[in-house]
Design a protein around this ligand. Structure first.
Ligand SMILES: [Zn+2]
Length: 399
């Protein structure tokens, strides 16, 4: 199994400065290579500059630019490959008849990662294995940087990345051959409905993952963004407001990942089989979209807690995607089964009599069947439907 481990770095002051310069130089390389491709694209002949050409120029650049020559050849190649990927996506969309945006120059805040495609080539994980108390990663041009390694790394380290987040630095290790850690069977199967008040509600009426902390951070982020919108362009105050918004974005992302990890862990520990709704982006948005108020344009009628703001909604949308990714990974490692169920009407269908009607949902939280009178928590009713569909799917696969 492949897995990514992420640890915070503890660079010295001098190393932190070197990391910043390293990132800046890789950013310059990326933008220079982009400039070259843009110029070629604008040329009447529309010559395309390819990755092979640019990678070939790399040794030339390194021979006359001592600044660039300090860093790993491999990480520079990886940077050029990243640009190549952006172009491949661009050309693919052009070919498909879409009008994509041309790949853009990356400003300081948008270029935050340097990758080494192979451990041992320009970088070395656990570079001082004889030191029992501390872990280091050696990065060419920076030195042996201390790592805050809070858990063991399993499998074989394949690639190494360094990422800047605000003032913090992280190392990400992508490992192959990470052994599975199967959990004892519980004999319990469950369906889950993804929601707002709790991240997951099960078909046996249990709630997993309370997003209260996440919501508080999201509220502060919304305030900070309103504040930022009022600042004058290019002012000092605006610079500070931008930094505050960026910091809160990171906080929301951290809390979202944390909530997703805890929720997925609990669900995987307690159940052998988990049926989930196979989410599509449009489905996710439709489920929680607020209804426009017909009497006052631009105002939205409340729709449970979901409609607080567009921002809040987008945070939940992204949260479900993150959560499902983590749930699948943890389930695989623990030897559990997750069955995705394409189920567009699970929230409107009665789990008792199968009657499907929008009127079955008088409020966001309540389900009362207009045909048979069955009433339940709306999320539990949906989760029961999802479990049933999931088991049916599994039977079909076995047969
Ligand atoms: Zn019914």
């Amino acid at each position: 199994m492949r897995r990514t481990f992420r640890f915070q770095l503890r660079p010295t002051v001098r190393q932190a400065a070197a990391l910043t310069v390293m990132l800046d130089d890789h950013q310059n390389l990326y933008n220079a290579a982009l400039q070259e491709r843009r110029d070629a694209w604008r040329h009447p002949s529309k010559t395309t500059v390819r990755y092979v050409t640019q990678a070939g120029q790399l040794s030339e650049i390194r021979s006359y630019d001592p600044d660039q020559a300090r860093w790993s050849y491999s990480s520079q190649q990886a940077t050029l490959r990243r640009l190549d990927k952006a172009f491949a996506a661009f050309f693919r969309r052009v070919k498909a008849g879409e009008t994509p945006g041309y790949p853009r120059f990356k400003g300081r805040n948008w270029f935050d990662t340097v990758d080494w495609p192979k451990d041992g080539d320009g970088c070395r994980w656990n570079s001082q294995p004889d030191n029992p108390a501390r872990t280091f990663v050696r990065l060419q041009g920076v030195g042996h940087v201390r790592v805050n390694q809070h858990r063991p790394v399993r499998g074989t380290v394949k690639t190494v990345s360094v990422k800047r987040e605000g003032r913090r630095w992280y190392v990400l290790l992508s490992c192959d051959g990470v052994p599975a850690e199967p959990l004892p069977a519980t004999g319990v199967v469950v369906g889950i409905d993804l929601g707002i008040a709790s991240l997951a509600t099960t078909s046996d009426s249990r709630h997993y993952g309370n997003p209260r902390l996440l919501e508080r951070a999201a509220g502060r982020l919304a305030d900070a963004q309103r504040d930022l919108a009022r600042k004058e362009r290019r002012s000092k105050r605006r610079g500070r407001a931008v930094a505050r918004v960026a910091g809160l974005h990171r906080k929301v992302a951290r809390q979202r990942a944390d909530l997703a990890h805890k929720t997925a862990l609990g669900l995987v520990r307690d159940h052998d089989l988990i049926a989930v709704e196979a989410l599509t982006i449009t489905g996710m948005v439709r489920r929680v979209r607020a209804r426009p108020d017909p009497d006052s344009p631009g105002v939205f009628l409340p729709n449970g807690q979901a409609a607080k703001s567009g921002l809040n909604r987008s945070i939940h949308d992204a949260g479900w995607g993150v959560f499902l990714g983590i749930l699948y990974a943890k389930a695989e490692s623990a030897g559990r089964t997750v069955i995705p169920v394409p189920a567009p009407n699970t929230s409107r269908t009665c789990a008792e009599c199968n009657h499907c009607a929008a009127e079955n949902r008088p409020t966001q939280a309540e389900f009362v069947c207009v045909a048979c009178g069955h009433s339940a928590h709306a999320d539990v009713n949906a989760a029961v439907n999802i479990l049933r569909a999931g088991l049916a799917r599994q039977d079909a696969q076995v047969a």
